[in-house]
Design a protein around this ligand. Structure first.
Ligand code: NAD
Length: 380
């Protein structure tokens, strides 16, 4: 009998340091690293050393209250940056200067100029810069993207997306979101930016934005009620909205094509979004892609299906797990990030364009011209 020798490929784990030890590190990034087979946590930096110590005592690694000291570690390959938005730039630029790869939480920066400097610093250093638009990794979004790219719903002329989350719903460690100097925005840059990115991911590049951003309810005078119209380079039109006062997590993205419709929901459901993905088609069963054929529960004779709604419930997997796996993959294979600094920058330009639209009361062209300033509206 011939003996077969099994070769175990020992892939080197990416050694990660966290920049920031707040809520999203505890809820998502640290547990995701712990359960991943591609990464390990070696250090945590926070301006508040106690937060870094508590996180390392729960998840491992060495605590730091000095960023340069952590970045000086030889056994550190990469960092995840999740500090108040204003400090993303200093974290990313310092990491790049030390040759460390970066996964930077959304938003990339507070303004487009900062975003450009971050992209340049990472390009110059030759390190991976991935942006934390984790909603792209939802199973339903991946399927929708594949269907749209394959032309399954024809030409998309119209889309809309809403994402609302009450200000008290999320267990933040600090109140930085409601200090516009630190956050750059309370709703548009924190919640809606996910949908700005999803809109561009699914429909294509933007050509303009027109915004209506107001303060309606919260005690903090910030953008808690956000509406934006958008034009896409394809000629499509869209509407993006969000708020921070309504008690439910409101969520839904609709894409209307010439040959079908896609409704997407996130991880919450409601009577209006009872499945993560619903696709309307006029194609018969034999003309459907496998992902839809396999998802559909026929009422009787499946082969007689002549079109209608197909409900898809993809297995619920953590988008953070896929996000981290993509980051490790880019580093170990020397590939560009799956969600790049330019993706982050385009979303940043959209926000800055929306702010300018509020000042001028008019449409602002995208990609953003360098001459458009970053000017947060004065809410009342
Ligand atoms: N992708 C997502 O869906 C998602 C979800 C939540 C948060 N985030 C992003 O993560 C980032 C952090 O959010 P959070 O909810 O964890 O905030 P948080 O308020 O819970 O924590 C912020 C942490 O940063 C620390 N900090 C403050 N200034 C610092 C500095 N200069 N250097 C290092 N640490 C500093 C604070 O001590 C605190 O521990 C934000 O950019 C946010 O947009 C993304």
């Amino acid at each position: 009998m011939q003996e077969t020798e099994e070769r175990i490929v020992d892939k080197k784990k990416v050694r990660i340091g966290l920049v920031g030890a707040g809520a999203i590190m505890r809820l998502s990034h640290a547990p995701t690293i712990r359960s991943s087979d591609c990464a390990e946590l070696v250090a945590v930096f926070d301006a508040d050393i106690q937060r870094a110590e508590v996180l390392t005592s729960d998840f491992g690694g060495k605590p730091f209250n000095n960023l340069e000291s952590m970045l000086g570690l030889k056994d550190l390959d990469a960092v995840i940056v999740a500090t108040p938005n204003k400090f993303h730039e200093e974290g990313v630029v310092a990491a790049a200067a030390h040759g460390k790869h970066v996964l930077c939480e959304k938003p990339l920066s507070v303004d487009a100029a900062g975003g450009r400097r971050m992209v340049e610093a990472c390009n110059k250093a030759g390190v991976v810069l991935q942006v934390g638009f984790n909603q792209r990794f939802w199973g339903q979004v991946e399927i929708a993207k594949a269907l749209i790219d394959a032309g399954f719903i024809g030409k998309v002329h119209q889309m809309r997306s809403i994402y609302s989350e009450k200000s008290t719903a999320y267990p933040a460690s600090t109140g930085y979101r409601y200090d516009l100097g630190l956050s750059g925005g309370a709703t548009i840059i924190d919640l809606t930016i996910h949908r700005i990115d999803l809109a561009r991911h699914l429909v294509g590049d933007f050509s303009g934005v027109m915004a209506e951003l107001v303060h309606s309810q919260l005690p903090q005078v910030v953008d808690d009620n956000v509406f934006m119209l958008t034009r896409f380079e394809s000629g499509a039109r869209g509407c993006l909205a969000g708020n921070r006062y309504s008690p439910n997590i409101g969520d839904g993205t609709d894409l209307y094509g010439t040959e079908g419709t896609i409704h997407l929901a996130s991880e919450t459901s409601s009577p209006f979004a009872s499945a993560p993905l619903a696709v309307y088609t006029e194609r018969a069963a034999k003309d459907l892609p496998d992902v839809l054929r396999e998802a559909h529960y026929p009422e009787a004779w499946w082969e007689s299906f002549k079109g209608g709604w197909i409900t898809v419930k993809p297995p619920r997997r953590s988008p953070y797990g896929k996000q981290l796996a993509a980051f490790c993959d880019s580093i170990s294979m020397g590939k560009p990030a799956q969600i790049t600094g330019i993706d982050g920058l385009r979303a940043q330009e959209f926000v800055q364009g929306a702010y300018h639209s509020m000042r001028t009361g008019s449409w602002v062209d995208l990609p953003l011209s360098d001459s458009i300033p970053f000017d947060i509206p004065e809410y009342r």
